[in-house]
Design a protein. Structure first.
Length: 139
């Protein structure tokens, strides 16, 4: 049996978390968690692994870039899709350099966001399969 993909949504706007969770829940193949800020996100990431994290850039206390650094250090196979009202090129480049899989501006197009999540999950699966093959070949 194939397990559902586990997704964490991190945004300091409760309405954004709610809407994203509702839209992703329609797919029936995701187990979805939410966090209201960077501190809650790091706590969630310390409790369980996530396949994909949808991560707001600008948040109080601990911003999205700091959470992204934490994810890359502690969960390198987790793919991060950055979300931002402030979709400027400089921030997108910085996020990519820090290891973000993709960057989506708000407001987002629902279908495009779902496609981005699917691509991130597929990319993650392929990367893990590749590492397993390398390991098998090295034995």
């Amino acid at each position: 049996m194939v397990r559902n993909s586990i997704i964490l949504i991190v945004d300091d706007e409760p309405s954004v978390c709610f809407l994203l969770k509702e839209e992703l829940s329609e797919q029936k193949k995701f187990e979805i968690y939410t966090a209201e800020d960077g501190v809650a996100a790091i706590n969630a990431l310390q409790q369980r692994p996530f396949d994909v994290v949808l991560l707001d850039v600008k948040m109080p206390r601990v911003d999205g870039m700091e959470v992204l650094k934490f994810i890359n250090e502690h969960h390198p196979t987790t793919h991060v899709i950055m979300l931002s009202n402030y979709a400027d090129v400089k921030t997108a480049i910085e996020a990519t350099k820090l290891g973000a899989y993709d960057f989506v501006g708000k407001p987002y197009n629902r279908d495009e966001l779902l496609a981005t999540v699917q691509r991130a999950l597929e990319h993650r699966r392929l990367a893990i399969d590749n590492e397993l093959m390398k390991y098998e070949l090295s034995r």
